[in-house]
Structures are given as structure tokens and as C-alpha cells.
Design a protein around this ligand. Sequence first.
Ligand SMILES: NC(=O)C1=CN([C@@H]2O[C@H](COP(=O)(O)OP(=O)(O)OC[C@H]3O[C@@H](n4cnc5c(N)ncnc54)[C@H](O)[C@@H]3O)[C@@H](O)[C@H]2O)C=CC1
Ligand SMILES: O=C(O)[C@H]1O[C@H](OP(=O)(O)OP(=O)(O)OC[C@H]2O[C@@H](n3ccc(=O)[nH]c3=O)[C@H](O)[C@@H]2O)[C@H](O)[C@@H](O)[C@@H]1O
Length: 466
Amino acid sequence: MRSIKNICCIGAGYVGGPTMSVIANKCPEINVTVVDINANRIAAWNDEDLDKLPVYEPGLKEIVAESRNKNLFFSTEVDKAIDEADMIFISVNTPTKTYGKGKGEAADLKYIELCARNIARVAKSDKIVVEKSTLPVRTAQAIKDILHNTGNGVKYEVLSNPEFLAEGTAIDDLLNADRVLIGGDDTPSGKEAKNILSGIYEHWLPKERVLQTNLWSSELSKLVANAFLAQRISSINSISALCEVTDANVAEVSKAIGKDSRIGPKFLNASVGFGGSCFQKDILNLVYICKTYGLTEVAEYWDQVIKINDYQKRRFAENIITTLYNTVSGKKIAFYGWAFKKDTNDTRESAAIYVADTLLEEQAEIVVYDPKVSEEQVYADLDYLNTRSEEENRKLVTVVNDPLKAAEDAHAVAILTEWDEFKALDWEQIYNSMFKPAFVFDGRRILDKQIMNQTGFDYYRIGEGK
Ligand SMILES: NC(=O)C1=CN([C@@H]2O[C@H](COP(=O)(O)OP(=O)(O)OC[C@H]3O[C@@H](n4cnc5c(N)ncnc54)[C@H](O)[C@@H]3O)[C@@H](O)[C@H]2O)C=CC1
Ligand SMILES: O=C(O)[C@H]1O[C@H](OP(=O)(O)OP(=O)(O)OC[C@H]2O[C@@H](n3ccc(=O)[nH]c3=O)[C@H](O)[C@@H]2O)[C@H](O)[C@@H](O)[C@@H]1O
């Protein structure tokens, strides 16, 4: 079996960066070069100050510190890294299309195609090309078509190796993956390529956790895994609405049903709605694929997961408005958290953005505090929605770096992200600094209801009557 000396990964984002750092760390005999066209991102990956890495993940900076410039390199020299590599991971973004056919649903594959064409143009020796990005089922066919039509004699094997890490726990997820999935052709060279990639993961994972399948099962399994996970959240969030009007408690319901080993306890936390760059995008993509094959009922079934998620975000915002005597105009609302979950600086599709947008339409004033999200990012997220002018967003929204300051003279605090530090805040001091009645809307159910009520707050949380 061929041995791999050089790996190149195209795309130094939330997946490419952490995944390649772990591979380099666990496979010291392999040189790993992560390349990106975004020079700022590469400069940040190379920054001597490890707190400036472009991705915040617990445990990441330690791994980067151990391996960087030994066998882990970050570079903008894409062609050079492709040329030198035996194995090339494609880990570029695959966002939802914002134009043309499939707008708002299909995955935009232009970056993937550019990578394939770049490889076809540059490669002079045989390569294993690995799809790491999440892709619609059958994308590997398009990649093969591009690679196999160069006429220059270079041979390629295309593998699908989707990534299952979650942000905030990426390093732990990579080091202790439930499974690694490798799809490829069942030809002798396809099997050899799958075994070579399996061998890389077997440096730190038991062999039985590395699954090999055909290409299409692997591509589709990634979309299905995300759809099932998101479906659990929408299921429990739909029940949270029912709990609020029946005096049932969603946490008690989650616990009760989760004890059934057939259901299991994970991913049953009711929330203000799931966010993140992938759940919505991947389900929309699944819906689009089903429609393309004429599977209308299947498409509608999965679309409902998104609809409930939109409903949950809207419901949370509308509850704030109704509770604050049907008007938030000119009222100050402190947002605790902007990231889509704790322990990440990523804000893509964060529920906070949409809750803010609804409240801003009602002329609320919002003060945001998030320990890892910058002021520019908050404004960029709101501007991207195009609901109002950039000036208005800056007039109505302030970003501060102190949670106590955010709450000063506020009418309400809304908890949008479950950062641990919010539990340890001096809530009595917060109460004293706010307008009365002082409202707290806990979209993450992280605070103790009894203590909050004793402190004097009007405390509401998702999935429970007051
Ligand atoms: N973010 C996550 O937690 C997970 C993401 N995924 C999937 O992984 C893929 C990547 O996601 P992220 O890392 O979050 O995206 P990202 O947006 O953080 O990173 C992608 C990077 O690719 C670069 N890029 C785009 N086209 C390029 C080209 N032609 N040449 C060189 N660089 C190029 C971009 O500049 C960007 O830095 C997506 O398909 C996503 O669905 C899968 C599992 C988890
Ligand atoms: O393909 C991807 O991008 C990744 O998507 C998710 O990972 P991620 O979005 O990073 O984070 P999750 O922990 O899944 O959380 C997603 C959202 O759901 C919310 N959530 C999660 C769990 C829960 O019980 N309730 C809930 O509201 C979180 O707060 C967050 O907003 C999957 O968990 C990963 O396996 C997958 O690789």
C-alpha cells in the first residue's frame, strides 16, 4: 500500500483548521499543509499569539503550538501544496445558494468546483482527493468528471470523508470520534485509497470506528446525520411551546423520554432555536435534493424541521414584546450571548441574530455582550440581513465587553447563548441596576428559576410556564 508523506487541505476554516491540526499532531511522519485564498485567515493561523487563531476551540491552541511549523503548515500557496501532496482534502465552504436555480435551498458548489479544477490544472502526480466538505449526494461524480478529463495521465481516487465534529467541542470530537466515515469506489484502487485514509485515522482511533461505504452512502449519511440531530431539537422545541401553556416542564419531559434507551438523552435541550452554519443549510439541501428527485412528501417532512426552528426564534422574540406590555420601542434589552452556542466565536445562523432583528423592527435598543464575538461581527450579521440601514443598526445596537454594563438601565435581559459565565454572574447586582420590573428571558434555560424569582426578577424560560 502507498504511504502518504504530504497532505494538503484546501480551506483553513472551522473544519480544515482543527481537523488538520489533529491529523498532523497524531501523524508526525506526515507533513500537513493547510491552504486558503484568504490571506488574513492564514496570517491568523500563523500568528505567534495563539489567542489570535481564527477559530476558537477549547484545546486547539495547544495542539497547534505542538505541531505548527514542525509538520503542520498554514499557507496561501495553494498550487504548491496541491503539487506536493499525495492526498488532498477539500474543506471549503458549501453555503446555501443565494442566486439562480435552487436559490435558498441548494448548496452552492462553486468553491468545490474551483478546487477540483485547480487540482486538475496543477497536479502532475497521482492523488487521492478527499471530500471533507458536506456535499449533496452524487457530488463526487462531478469532481471525478473534472479530474478524469484532463488527458494528462494523472490518476485520481475520489473519497468522501464527511466531518462530524461540533463547534465548541471540535478537538474532543476529533480525538474521540464516534465514527469516521470513508466512502469510495469498490475497485481495487478505490479500496486501496479507503484503506490508506483509514490508516491515518487509525493512528488514534480503534479500527472498528472507521466505517467504509460506497461514495453515495457516505455523502448522504452526512446530510442525514445533521437532519436527524436538528429534527430532535425541533421536536423538543415544538413540545416546549405546548409545555408553556400546560404547566408541563420541558426539562422534565426531556428527562422522562430520554431515559428510554431507544430515544436516548442527548440533543433534547429545548432552546431559542438551533443555529450554526450547517443544520439549516444541510436540511435545505436535503429538501432540495428530494424535490429534484420528485419526492415531494419527503421534502415537506424535512422542511418542517426548519419551519419549527423559525417559529421558535420568532416565538421567543414575540414573547419578549408581549411581556414588556406589548411594546419594546425605546426599551433597552441586554443580549447575553451572540454566538450560536457556547465555546465558539462562530455566529453563523445564530438565533440571536433573528431575535434581535425582530426586536429591532419594534424599535428596541439592544446591548450585546458575548465573551468571544467582536463588535464588527455583530454589525456584520445584522447588516447581512438587509432589514434596515447600516446606520440604523449602529444607532440601535451597542456592543459592550462587560455583562454588568450591558444590563445597566435595561428593561430586560435575554439569554441567547449558554455561556457558563452567565450562571456565575452577580444577578443581584444586575437586578439592582435594571429598570423595574426587571425581566429575564432565558432562551437557554441555564439559570435557577427559584433563585431568579427570589432575587426579584420576572423570570421566563423556554418550555415552562412562569
Ligand atoms: N463548521 C462546522 O462545524 C462543520 C462544517 N462542515 C462542513 O465543512 C465545510 C467547511 O466548513 P467551515 O470550515 O465551517 O467553512 P469556513 O467558511 O470556515 O472555511 C472554508 C474556507 O475555505 C476557503 N476557500 C474557499 N474556496 C477556496 C479555494 N478555491 N481555495 C482555497 N480556499 C478556499 C475560504 O476562504 C474559507 O476560509 C462545509 O461544507 C461545512 O458544511 C462539516 C462539519 C462541521
Ligand atoms: O455539520 C456540522 O456543521 C456539524 O453540525 C452540528 O454541530 P454544530 O452546529 O457545530 O453544533 P451543535 O452542538 O450540533 O449545535 C447546533 C445548534 O443546536 C443547538 N442545540 C443543540 C442541542 C440541543 O439539545 N439543543 C439545541 O438547541 C445549539 O445550541 C446550536 O445552536 C453537529 O452536531 C455536528 O455533528 C456536525 O458535524
